[in-house]
Design a protein around this ligand. Structure first.
Ligand SMILES: Cc1ncc(COP(=O)(O)O)c(C=O)c1O
Length: 393
């Protein structure tokens, strides 16, 4: 199987982790040799309720028996998508009332960028250095990491970059700016949180010049930071909220949410301003609805902050320089890329899944399912400490 995987399935790196999955349940993934791996990554923040959560699986199975794809997005009334959009609105500030469902995070970013241009009649986008918003052409244009996009130029024109958390840079946001796009917490950059009222300042500046604020919550969203969305921690409401990953509960999804007034603009001039065949797919929407219900009705969000404290208490070691992030969006910062690589690869051999962040080579991702138990956290952290003890400083 490994040779077929490497031969026939296009790869993203020369050295994929190549764990051959047999099945997964709760906080564990099992390989075809019956070895269990404790999952501290949750499919890169995409399975907030762990693997095969019974409520998610039942919702999917029930929908499978009713109908799959029946029509392109937006024409027919399909209950799972309608209920999902409504539940999102009920859990968001009043201005974020209408949701457009798509198939992936990057596609939701594309929709948000288009909406900002359409709403303002302007073309300039302001994005942040070290930002990651996805890998299609528009999203890549607002990615703040030149090395990874050089080969794909020309990209979108009229994109300017500012430095996250730098107040002076906000002067670059002007009456020419259609939208300012930021991750609420910078993910690929190393789980960098906004500081000193940064997002409030961005909000004020956008209001002053008539630019729209787009917040990318694809990673921090859906309960991971102790709130349903990260922006709730920072007193700043975006004009367009972009979500994905964990919203699908393990199924592929993206979504952008805005006011009805803004979202109506996609209906005309030009008509069909944004269209998709599979967006709002009934099975995926059913999975997302079950996930969102469970997260909003349980105490998993509050527990995320308690579990963060347990991680911080247990992960103390000379090779851990810092733990960044909030809730269950945490990153260990090691002294070097070598230590990071060694920790991740050795832990996988020891049955603990960790992963890298995109642009910060010294960071180790800890984004477990929100359902992880305290015992599982203790089990995984003791493996990390044992492995670090064996790494030469
Ligand atoms: C902050 C952020 N934005 C956008 C994306 C792109 O989402 P997708 O991979 O579903 O296209 C990601 C994925 O890692 C992300 O972390």
């Amino acid at each position: 199987m490994k040779s077929d995987f490497l031969t026939y399935q296009a790869q993203t790196t020369p050295h994929p982790l190549s764990l051959e999955v047999s099945h997964a349940k709760g906080s564990y993934i099992y390989d075809t040799n019956h070895k269990a791996y404790l999952d501290f990554v949750a499919g890169v923040s995409a399975t907030p309720l762990g693997h095969n959560h019974p409520k998610v699986i039942n919702a999917i199975k029930e929908q499978l028996d009713k109908y799959l794809h029946v029509m392109v997005y937006g024409e027919y009334i399909q209950k799972p998508a309608v209920e999902l959009a409504k539940l999102l609105a009920q859990n968001l500030p009043a201005t974020l009332e209408s949701t457009y469902l798509v198939n992936s995070g990057t596609e939701a970013i594309e929709g948000a960028l288009k909406l900002a241009k359409r709403a303002t009649g302007r073309s300039e986008m302001i994005a942040a250095n070290s930002a990651y918003h996805g890998n299609t052409m528009g999203s890549m244009s607002v990615m703040g990491f030149e090395e990874r996009k050089q080969a794909f130029r020309p990209l979108l024109p009229d994109v300017r970059f500012i430095t996250f958390n730098n107040g002076e840079d906000l002067n670059h946001i002007t009456t020419k700016t259609a939208g300012v796009i930021l991750e609420t917490i910078q993910g690929g950059a190393g789980f960098i949180q906004p500081e000193n009222g940064y997002l409030e300042k961005v909000r004020k500046r956008c209001d002053a010049v008539g630019a729209l604020l787009i917040l990318d919550e694809i990673q921090p969203g859906i309960g991971r930071t102790g709130k349903l969305f990260g922006f709730e921690n920072y007193n700043c409401i975006p004009d367009i909220l972009v979500t994905g990953k964990g919203l699908g509960g393990g199924m592929p999804i993206g979504a952008f949410t805005a006011s009805n007034t803004l979202m109506h603009l996609l209906q005309d001039n030009p008509k069909l301003g944004h269209i998709t065949t599979f967006g709002g797919h009934p099975v995926i929407a059913a999975s997302a609805l079950a996930t969102l219900k469970e997260i909003t009705e349980s105490d998993l969000m509050a527990q995320a902050l308690e579990k963060e404290q347990l991680f911080r208490k247990l992960l103390v070691h000379p090779l851990i320089k810092e733990i960044r992030g909030i809730g269950l969006m945490l990153a260990i910062i090691t002294p070097s890329e070598e230590v990071t690589n060694s920790l991740i690869l050795t832990c996988q051999r020891r049955g603990l899944i960790l992963f890298w962040l995109l642009f910060e080579p010294t960071a180790v991702r800890i984004t477990p399912p929100l359902t992880i138990s305290n015992d599982e956290i203790m089990e995984g952290c003791s493996i990390i400490i044992e492995v670090l003890n064996k790494i030469k400083k």
